[in-house]
Design a protein around this ligand. Structure first.
Ligand SMILES: O=P(O)(O)O[C@H]1O[C@H](CO)[C@@H](O)[C@H]1O
Ligand SMILES: O=c1cc[nH]c(=O)[nH]1
Length: 237
């Protein structure tokens, strides 16, 4: 059985799916970290794979950019493919001076300028939060590795390019750690289906300081985040 956007059978996906925005990052994870890999989605080149890491069955698939895109993939994975946990492994732009390039951000919650959850809840202001167990398990791995990480609020925005500088200033003033484009949608979909989700992001840009990681730095930083997400498979969740 396939869905509108995923040409796989229900058993083709593992219970846990790592979801980067970029389908080529999904391919990178599958090719560099997983064993016995099988492609499970090719529709619209939103590449998906299932394989094994340390003996644990796991899938990885791109989400595309923005809440509408991740919401439709998360919906189909939770409703039709038996997926229980979606771990977004993304990039983000820092909104605080103490958050530096390459740091890891765990999204405990997500503020948003998107209407997507208001539409889903028919006008109620749902608070999108991470699954506590997933958050705790992943944070404890980051602690063991003595990585520089932050846990808190992210700003899920519909606009990568926003000319209203006041928006950024407000988010910074309210302690929001970083901007990205999917988490508020993902957390609301997980709640709708009674499933689990967590976003981990690597800081690839600094919005306040106008800094960006180079291509090779991005790769190393992303490897750190991917390691955390995959190592957490050793813990039971
Ligand atoms: O690197 P990914 O996971 O795509 O995440 C971030 O990068 C994209 C914007 O460049 C948006 O999807 C944003 O959330
Ligand atoms: O959404 C995003 C992602 C990375 N960097 C940003 O500044 N914004």
């Amino acid at each position: 059985m396939t869905t509108a956007h995923i040409n796989a059978q229900p058993h083709d996906f593992a219970k846990t799916v790592l979801m980067p925005g970029d389908p080529l990052r999904a391919k990178y994870i599958a090719e560099n970290y997983l064993q016995n890999v099988k492609p499970v989605n090719t529709i619209r080149n939103m590449l998906g794979y299932t394989g094994f890491f340390n003996g644990h069955r796991v899938s990885v698939m791109g989400s595309g950019m923005g809440a509408p895109s991740i919401c439709l993939y998360a919906h189909e994975l939770y409703s039709d493919f038996g997926v229980e946990n979606i771990i977004r492994v993304g990039s983000c732009g820092a909104l605080q001076a103490h958050v530096a390039l390459n740091d890891i951000v765990f999204a405990m919650g997500a503020t948003t300028d998107s209407n997507i959850n208001l539409i889903r809840t028919n006008g109620y202001d749902f608070a999108p939060i991470a699954d506590f167990d997933l958050l705790q398990q992943h944070v404890s791995i980051a602690k063991q590795k003595t990585l520089k990480f932050h846990v808190g609020n992210v700003f899920t925005t519909d606009l990568f390019y926003n000319s209203h500088t006041e928006t950024t200033k407000t988010m910074t003033r309210f302690g929001v750690l970083a901007a990205e484009m999917e988490t508020a949608g993902l957390y609301c979909i997980a709640a709708q289906f009674g499933k689990k989700a967590l976003t981990i992001c690597t800081v690839s840009d600094h919005i306040l300081l106008n800094q960006q990681l180079s291509t090779s730095e991005r790769e190393t930083g992303f490897d750190t985040m991917i390691d955390i997400a995959l190592q957490s498979l050793d813990t039971k969740y």
